[in-house]
Design a protein. Structure first.
Length: 476
């Protein structure tokens, strides 16, 4: 029942039906690059919870790639950072390049370095610190949302504007100049990292997309270093995360180097900006397509808030809003998969033995859609959270284990405040006939934006007919 398969010069024992090599593997790698969720869903449906893609006849990848689906595999892989190290999804860049340095934040670190840096990063994301950002988040959300008007809008672009403003202020400072400029540069950098022309033609020649990416990374690094130098001259009384990290010291009185600060700032910005923008977009879409739930949530907001922004104390008085957000992140998780690499030889996982360097993909999306954990998984049902209490390896919108996202509490606060403000002010209706497809650039977002009609909230909610891949993920 088993065969020997060679990958990177090592022997692996695999169940025959679950290993693809050569042209079959090449086809799946291309499918994964174009649509990772579609690829993973198809592999899981056809071949089960453990599927391996071997090396192709030429070129990359040279390592075995394994899709492992389900809470037990999630626990084994995400719960053991000694055996499974993180890998990066951004372009590596040449040795000693700015591209390599700015991509090297907490999510790329392993071992003692990760432990020491995580200790330094945690304080500004503790419960008390996050609560201290409440009024700033309210002011910034009201400022951006207050500029919206009725009519047809791309709500995904609107949500990105909200979270960009909040993330830049909380991380880099309330002054819009430096903070907003760096935030925009980081946004452009992240998007360029997932350009097909950059991935398939990494040629460092003037005019080439890859060359432009490397030059842009140099500009990002210069801008962040200049802000770090400005903050070092005067951090007194500042509450932005960058200023706190500059002053942070571990148990041995060691702080972050400038290079570490640049990497951490980059990763923290991406994590706090893109994931919340995607979640806000999908949540508003799901509510617009479920008028009864939207009406129930409006009743709760009216009763507790009466048209005002929520106070810190009132956030805990909105249980349906919390269930809506949790269900949105279950059915359409902002980060649909995580990649780890085996850091030892001969690691057993199911019927498979992993060699050093084997890449393993854990899918948050597929786990969240397992019917044995979530009955009728494609149905948007916030009230399921009144009865279920999944483990961290069954529900993992912010990953799980010792490397779970440090900013989860902050992100949840941004989501609650922003939704409470915008849902009281506007009625959102998806444009009839809109095509809602997905695209994954670490986060999952609508490929063509989210066209919606905004009107004053008259409570006359109605769903719309839509087309596209959304029907593969959500029952509408």
């Amino acid at each position: 029942m088993q065969i020997a398969a060679l990958a990177a010069g090592r022997e692996y024992l695999l169940m025959k039906k679950n290993v693809l090599t050569g042209a079959l593997a090449a086809r799946e790698y291309i499918h994964f690059f174009r649509d990772p969720i579609g690829c993973m869903r198809e592999l899981h449906q056809k071949r089960g919870s453990l599927v391996a893609l071997g090396p192709i006849a030429f070129g990359e990848p040279t390592k075995l790639h394994v899709l492992a689906v389900g809470p037990e595999f999630n626990r084994q892989i995400l719960g053991d950072s000694a055996k499974f190290r993180t890998t990066g999804q951004f372009i590596h860049g040449p040795p000693n390049s700015a591209q390599r340095r700015i991509r090297f934040g907490l999510t790329r670190m392993n071992g003692s370095q990760h432990k020491q840096q995580r200790q330094l990063i945690l304080p500004p994301f503790h419960k008390k610190a996050v609560a201290g950002y409440h009024q700033l988040i309210v002011e910034l959300a009201e400022e951006v949302i207050g500029g919206w008007g009725p009519g047809r809008r791309d709500v995904y672009a609107d949500m990105r504007a909200v979270t960009l403003r909040i993330a830049s202020a909380v991380l880099f400072g309330h002054e819009p100049g430096d903070a907003y400029r760096i935030a925009h540069l980081l946004d452009v950098w992240a998007r360029r990292n997932f350009s097909g022309s950059v991935w398939f033609f990494p040629i460092n020649l003037p005019g080439a997309p890859y060359h432009r990416l490397l030059k842009h990374a140099e500009r990002v690094e210069r801008e962040i270093l200049a802000l770090i130098e400005k903050r070092r001259r005067d951090c007194s009384g500042r509450t932005d995360v960058l200023s706190i990290l500059i002053q942070a010291r571990d148990d041995e009185n060691r702080g972050m180097t400038d290079t570490e600060l640049v990497g951490q700032a980059t990763i923290l910005f991406g994590a706090s900006f893109e994931t919340t923008a995607s979640t806000l977009t999908w949540t508003v879409f799901l509510l617009a397509q479920h008028p009864t739930i939207m009406g129930q949530l409006t009743d709760e907001l009216d009763r507790v808030l009466g048209g005002d922004a929520p106070t810190r104390e009132q956030l805990s008085e909105l249980p349906l809003l919390e269930r809506v957000i949790k269900e949105s992140m279950r059915i359409l998780p902002p980060v649909p998969f995580t990649i780890r690499a085996a850091d030892e030889d001969a690691i057993p996982i199911g019927p498979l033995t992993l060699g050093h360097g084997t890449r393993v993909i854990c899918s948050h999306f597929l786990t969240h859609h397992l019917p044995e954990i979530y009955p009728e998984p494609e149905v948007f049902r916030p009230d399921r959270w009144l009865k279920i209490d999944p483990t961290q390896y069954e529900y993992l919108p912010f990953s799980a284990g010792p490397r779970a996202c440090v900013g989860a509490m902050f992100a949840f606060q941004v989501l609650k405040i922003s939704l409470a403000i915008m849902l009281q002010k506007f009625r959102f209706t998806v444009v009839s006939g809109a095509r809602i497809d997905r695209v994954v650039r670490i986060t999952m977002s609508p490929r063509h934006g989210m066209p919606m009609l905004l009107t004053e909230n008259d409570r006359r909610y109605q769903s719309s007919e839509v087309r596209g891949q959304i029907h593969e993920m959500v029952k509408l």
